[in-house]
Design a protein around this ligand. Sequence first.
Ligand SMILES: *Cc1c(COP(=O)(O)O)cnc(C)c1O
Length: 395
Amino acid sequence: MELSKKAMSISPSSTLAIDAKAKKMKADGIDVIGFGAGEPDFDTPQHIKEAAIKAIQEGFTKYTPASGTLDLKHAVCRKFKKDNGLDYTPSNIVISNGAKHSLVNAFQAICNPGDEVIIPAPFWVSYPEMVKLADGVPVIVNTTEEDGFKFTVDQIEKAISNKTKALVLNSPSNPTGMIYSEAELRQVADLAVAKGIYVISDEIYEKLIYDGFKHVSIASFNDKIKDLTIVVNGVAKSYSMTGWRIGYTASNAKIAEIMGNVQSHATSNPNSIAQKATVAALDGPQDEVDRMVAEFGKRRDYMVERINAIPGLSCIKPNGAFYVMMNITKIIGTEVCGAVIKGSDDFANMLLEKANVALVPGSGFGTDIHVRLSYATSLKNITEGLNRIEKFLEK
Ligand SMILES: *Cc1c(COP(=O)(O)O)cnc(C)c1O
């Protein structure tokens, strides 16, 4: 019998194949250095854990409202006011099982069959597949390293058709770490308002920013763009809470209601205990975040300097998140360890097999001349991993 054509058209997460291979090698006792991590290597701050323990002890262990507790929605509203100057009420907020789930809900809420969603590349691997799951059509706009991996408003304007429903914005970006300036975002906002298209603004790396750069939410410019924007955020990256699975959106109340309805049939409420912990994360002291950012900043500086000193490799300095996109153009087509490197998948596979270093090929992000290295690992590992890459390329 025929299975779902739509479900079968969804590619597996490209990061997973190499990750599975690296895990297997580790299990076999091989000392693999991992640059693949998409999560902070720090522990969840203590006061957040304590809030969860307290929730369990107080019996806060039952269903909550499907779109999240009122308590947490209020905390999220306070966060938007404090960090982004945005005024929302709980009717604008939906709490979900991670920001990934929030994004799935967002595309489900706005897409009709054939609606186009513009996604700048390099993109986070899940966006195009999420759009397809919602019967939408991903339209990819390529950006280059020379432009700092940022699109121009001109490029977006050219990609807009009468079927365009939304634009995906991810600043700071995974995988490139780039940040759009306030001036750039204002232009994007004006275009979205003029054309009447939604903006899905994934701001999950908002707090992981270096060199005094400032994060601005596109929703904060005026009421028109605020009404068209679905802001997506969560606690996974800022508070080292990837396993707790809490993300949230802010949108107009109609979209929030639709997303809440969809979610109520798919997953019901996000974990009650994690919701309590998230209130503590958002309302509590933020000094652990500052500590993580300082540490990430040091690692980034070291990694960027080392990469640019290795013949054949280069990278631009990312301003946020915890990834570096390493340019391997000069290596492609050359012979390393007896085999010709044809693209980013080859490079990643060979590096894992011959040098025991795991990183993510750019192919899944829409660029085959780059590989992504995460610096969410210790300076010691970063040093050893880059030493290995250097030696590998000498062969
Ligand atoms: C990690 C990540 C997410 C999802 O975060 P969760 O809250 O863990 O689901 C969303 N967007 C981007 C760009 C990410 O890197």
